[in-house]
Design a protein around this ligand. Sequence first.
Ligand SMILES: Cc1ncc(COP(=O)(O)O)c(C=O)c1O
Length: 397
Amino acid sequence: MGSIGRDPLFIDRGDGPYIWDVDGNRYVDWVSSWGPLILGHADPLVVEAIRAAAGRGASYGAPTAGEVDLATEVADRFASVEMIRMTSSGTEATMSALRLARAATGRTTILKFAGAYHGHVDGLLAEGGSGLATAGVPASPGVTEAQASDTVIVPWNNADAVAEAISRGRPAAVIAEPIPANMGVVPPDPGFLEMLRDTTAEVGSLLILDEVISGFRVARGGAQELLGLDADLTVMGKILGGGLPAAAYGGSRELMERIAPAGDVYQAGTLSGNPLAVAAGLATLRKLDGAAYVGIESITTRLATGLRRAAGDRPIQVASVPGLLTVFFSAEEVRDFAGATACDAKAYGRFCRAMLERGVYPPASQFEAWFPSLAHDDESIERTIAAAGEAFEHAIP
Ligand SMILES: Cc1ncc(COP(=O)(O)O)c(C=O)c1O
């Protein structure tokens, strides 16, 4: 909110597609807690699942049947995932996947994309998207030179440069958001992910796909199902915990059995697989059937079409895939981080403030996605498009 020149909203409660701030103002919420709330706020089945789990005790530090059910649900959705290890945050899951990749390959370097965000893992903060890009922080103090030098940064959608960097550098792993959403939504060019898959396989590097945002959102089996490829390791979070803290990383049995106590790569967490988070995640995933994904796609398309119409002939791009959308203030299509940073952030700030004044809450940064949920009904979508018509006028008169 600082980046658009406003005080933050303090939230009192949420219900379906709406949130209320502590001053009693209601907003159509397109932030959806940055992704987990694909069913909207306070979905009755999720609330009931959490209530029932809490009544049986908050945490045991020992396995539960719910964790096995959740792992089974994940393995059923992702062809590349045979086993998972649960963590409490996406950051932890990414960090652990990197450790496993280094152990499995005996190599050190990790290749990441400019504008991607994988949580606040020390070695992955350089040229990060999301909050780092919004605050204009190119790299964070506190990260040692050694940590930073183990990361190679390459430009998204530049197939030649990336293929060359992988072949020359032979990294332990390439980590990518398969549909980046932390520099705004910047889908891969046709063939780009296939190039990543083939080149990493050729040189014996692992391909880690960070599906913390795209997983369970863009399709039942995440971006890997939507775009038709398999990762060596998959990182997931957000929807997996249904709004409570849960994340995971997973892959083939052979790789995952390297994790302690079955194997020698150590990783643990007191609250990993927490029963309340598992209950919320399972209740959420069980509602996300084929019909739900048809619904998410149709809600996203209605929003994207309405926003494009409201923008008229202004220099505005609405980038979208099912379940994710970004409004870029740019005359050109945005294909990489350089394109995202070249957008008119001041005009976006005026747009965003005008939307908030009209009771609609979009992300307060171009380096983020809007997160449609199944709770977004006709009324909330129409209110958003009507407000956008006025807000675009305000941003670019
Ligand atoms: C793609 C991606 N990976 C990892 C993370 C980190 O997850 P967490 O915030 O749960 O640590 C995020 C958070 O937004 C993310 O968007």
